[in-house]
Design a protein around this ligand. Structure first.
Ligand code: WQD
Length: 363
C-alpha cells in the first residue's frame, strides 16, 4: 500500500498505471482540489484492460482522507485504519513551496514543512511503515558553484523554504542512520516541473494568481490572469540572454521518477547496496537542459499563439541565475529518464488551460 500526500495527482497517475498499487491520499486541499482525485481515478479506470482482475479494479480506487499533516491525531487515525505494517510506503509531497512567501512567513513554513514531517515520520515508525520517498527541491543548492549540478554539491539554501527542505532531508538521514536495518528513504530534488497529463483532465491549479512562470503564462494566454505584460525578473544574469535559466521537465516524467524511487525501496532493489551507513539517498530529477525565461516565453507563444508582452523589472529576491541538473545519478541508479521536450510541456499545459479555463473550480 502506498500513501501520497498533497496534490500529487500525476504521481497517483503513475502509480495507478501499474495497477499494482492501492493509493491512500492524505491532503488538506490547501493548494489542491479533490476533483483531481476523482479525475485521476477515472483515468485509471479508463486504462483497465478488458476483464480486469479484482486487484486491478481495486487499484483504481483511491482511499481519500482530508486531513492536515500537522494534526497528528488525524494522521494517526488514518494509519490506525490500516494497522501495523498495513501501509507499504509513503510518498511525502506535502509542503508550502513558494520561495518568496517563505521569507515573509518563515514560522508557517518551518511548522508546516518541518514539524509536519517529524510528526509523519514518528507515526510511520509507530506503524512499522519505514519506506519513504520525500519530495525535496533544487532550491537546496542555493546558488550552486557548478552547473550542471551534481547531488554531491554542498547544500545551502537562500530562503526559509529551501532551508525546510534541507532540514527535512537531514532529519530523514538521521532517522535512517539511527535504525539502518529498518528505514529506507529517497529524497527527490525536483527541478522545475511543467506541463500536464495530455488528456487535460489533471493539471496544476494554484490558488490565486500563479507565482510560477509557466502557469502564469498559460493563465495570461487564457485570459484568467488579466496582466497586460509579463514582468521579467532581471536580464542582467550571467546567462545566455541575461534572464534566469531553469531545468524544466514534464510533470509526468517527474511522476515516473517517484514510481522508480518507490520501487527502489523494495528489498529486491540493489540501490542501497553501496551504502555502508544509512539507507537514504538523494537524486536530482531534471532533464539536464537549461532554458531561459525568454526562451520559455517564446515556447509558450508558439504553443498558445498568444503574443506576450514583456517588461524587464528588477531581480526577484531569492532568484539564482541557473539551476540546471546533472540527472545522471538518477538515470544510472533508478533508471530515470525525462524524455519529453519543452514543446510537449507547453502543448500539454495549454491543453489543460483551455480545457479548464478556471481550473478545477469550473468542474
Ligand atoms: C522561473 C523563472 C523567475 C515569474 C519554482 C518553485 C520552487 C521549486 C522550483 C519545488 C525565474 C522568472 C517568474 C514571473 C519571471 N520547486 N519569472 N516573472 O523560482 O525556479 O522555483 O520551481 O521546490 O518551489 O517556486 O520557478 O516559475 O517561479 O520562476 O521572470 O512573473 O521565471 O525569476 O527565473 P523557480 P518560477
Amino acid at each position: 500500500m502506498t500513501l501520497t500526500l498533497a496534490e500529487g495527482s500525476h504521481v497517483i497517475y503513475a502509480l495507478q498505471k501499474t495497477r499494482r498499487y492501492k493509493v491512500i491520499s492524505i491532503d488538506n486541499y490547501h493548494n489542491s482540489h479533490p476533483a483531481a482525485l476523482s479525475r485521476v481515478a477515472q483515468l485509471a479506470k479508463d486504462n483497465l484492460p478488458p476483464n480486469p482482475a479484482e486487484f486491478e479494479k481495486e487499484s483504481t480506487v483511491i482511499d481519500e482522507y482530508k486531513c492536515d499533516l500537522t494534526n497528528s491525531d488525524e494522521v494517526r487515525a488514518v494509519f490506525e485504519k490500516y494497522g501495523k505494517g498495513g501501509i507499504w510506503g509513503v510518498i511525502h509531497i506535502a509542503a508550502h513551496k513558494a520561495v518568496g512567501e517563505s521569507s515573509e512567513i518563515p514560522l508557517t513554513y518551518y511548522f508546516n514543512n518541518v514539524v509536519a514531517t517529524i510528526s509523519l515520520l514518528q507515526i510511520m515508525s509507530d506503524y512499522d511503515c519505514t519506506r519513504l520517498v520525500y519530495s525535496s527541491s533544487a532550491t537546496v543548492y542555493g546558488t550552486p558553484p557548478e552547473i550542471p549540478i551534481p547531488e554531491t554539491t554542498r547544500l545551502r539554501a537562500d530562503s526559509p523554504y529551501g532551508t525546510t527542505k534541507i532540514m527535512c532531508e537531514q532529519i530523514i538521514e538521521d532517522l535512517c542512520h539511527s535504525e539502518p536495518k529498518r528505514w529506507r528513504a529517497i529524497s527527490l530534488r525536483y527541478f522545475n516541473p511543467a506541463g500536464a497529463h495530455p488528456s487535460g483532465l489533471i493539471g496544476e491549479d494554484p490558488r490565486g494568481r500563479p507565482g510560477n512562470l509557466l502557469p502564469l503564462l498559460a493563465q495570461m494566454a487564457g485570459g484568467r490572469v488579466k496582466d497586460p505584460v509579463l514582468k521579467v525578473f532581471g536580464n542582467d544574469y550571467p546567462t545566455i540572454d541575461g534572464t534566469c535559466v531553469r531545468d524544466y521537465l514534464h510533470v509526468l516524467d517527474l511522476a515516473s521518477g517517484h514510481l522508480l524511487a518507490l520501487e527502489a525501496l523494495s528489498p529486491d532493489s540493489n540501490v542501497f547496496d553501496d551504502c555502508e551507513g544509512p539507507r537514504h539517498k538523494a537524486y536530482n530529477l531534471g532533464k539536464g537542459k537549461g532554458t531561459s525565461v525568454l526562451q520559455i516565453v517564446e515556447a509558450m507563444r508558439k504553443a498558445t499563439g498568444y503574443n506576450f508582452k514583456c517588461e524587464v523589472i528588477g531581480r526577484r529576491r531569492g532568484d539564482v541565475p541557473d539551476l540546471t541538473a546533472d540527472p545522471s545519478l538518477a538515470e544510472r541508479e533508478l533508471g530515470f529518464r525525462a524524455p519529453q521536450d519543452l514543446e510537449t510541456m507547453c502543448r500539454d499545459l495549454w491543453n489543460w488551460q483551455t480545457k479548464n479555463p478556471q481550473g478545477y473550480a469550473g468542474v
